[in-house]
Design a protein around this ligand. Structure first.
Ligand code: DGL
Length: 264
């Protein structure tokens, strides 16, 4: 059994964890929520690189065989440094603008992400590779991370916060919304409710999970063929599976609670 380390500024990376667990339920997991330093979105790049190094050291001391940077902002800020400095593979988040561009009918793709992700090189490279004719409009999901970290993923407060950032993208004609921050999938019901049935919402987490499994197979961390016959189900009674360890630089109790409410 391999040990997969997963980290994020907070509980957002659980949206990636749940997709990985679905296809690889039998591996060991270490999840780190860097809650004491959340949000990362507006923090300087160097600060995030330092946090990513500290977390990586912890993951390696705890036996991680591969590390998933389940945070778009940390991927943008730190993944190149991590790959250069550590002898372990890192899987990062990719801005899903290409699949979004492939399905838009209006020719307008909306991206919701943090300021750090939207300013990053990776995102700009992805934009530069798009076919001409597709327009991309962006908005920071102001307050989205704070909502999810406080366990609010539905109701009037969530709808008001989401609407303020989403409406400008809808007004610009976007018929596909890319979720460019791992916290945002937990608000996808609210996003879909506001956007309506004609708008597709893309969460890159399932593609990241499949990519992780491929890389692990290539590296001999998983058997070379076959998937789990029994897709992973997180216990509906809210128990933490025995092969999952949760850590937080902030409040471990809050993380436990969020794990139960967000992954059930
Ligand atoms: N979940 C993160 C991301 O994917 C970080 C959000 C934040 O801490 O601002 O970007």
């Amino acid at each position: 059994m391999a040990t997969i380390g997963i980290f994020d500024s907070g509980a957002g990376g659980l949206s990636v964890f749940r997709e990985i667990f679905r296809i690889l339920p039998g591996e060991n997991y270490i999840y780190w929520s860097d809650n004491a330093f959340c949000p990362y979105g507006d923090k300087p790049r160097e600060f995030i690189v330092d946090r990513a190094r500290t977390i990586t050291d912890f993951m390696l001391e705890n036996g991680a065989d591969i590390i998933v940077v389940a945070c778009n902002t940390a991927t943008a800020a730190a993944i190149n440094v991590l790959r250069a400095e550590y002898p372990v593979k890192f899987i990062g988040m990719e801005p899903a603008v290409k699949p979004a561009a492939a399905i838009t009918r209006t020719g307008v793709v909306g991206v919701l992400a943090t300021a750090g992700t939207l300013a990053g090189q990776k995102y700009h490279l992805a934009l530069s590779r798009l076919a001409p004719g597709v327009k991309v409009v962006e908005h920071v999901g102001r307050g989205f991370v704070e909502l999810v970290e406080s366990g609010v993923t539905s109701g009037p407060q969530a709808e008001a916060v989401v609407s303020a950032s989403l409406q400008p993208l809808l007004d610009a004609g976007a018929d596909v919304i890319v979720l460019g921050c791992t916290h945002y999938p937990f608000l996808s019901d609210v996003i879909k409710k506001i956007a309506g049935p004609g708008v597709a919402v893309i969460d890159p987490a399932p593609a990241v999970a499949r990519h992780l499994a491929e890389v692990m197979r290539e590296d001999g961390l998983l058997p070379s063929c076959g998937t789990s016959p029994d897709a992973g189900r997180l216990s509906s009674c809210g128990e933490l599976p025995a092969n999952v360890r949760l850590f937080s630089s902030g409040s471990p109790e809050t993380l436990q609670k969020l794990f139960k409410s967000l992954t059930e």
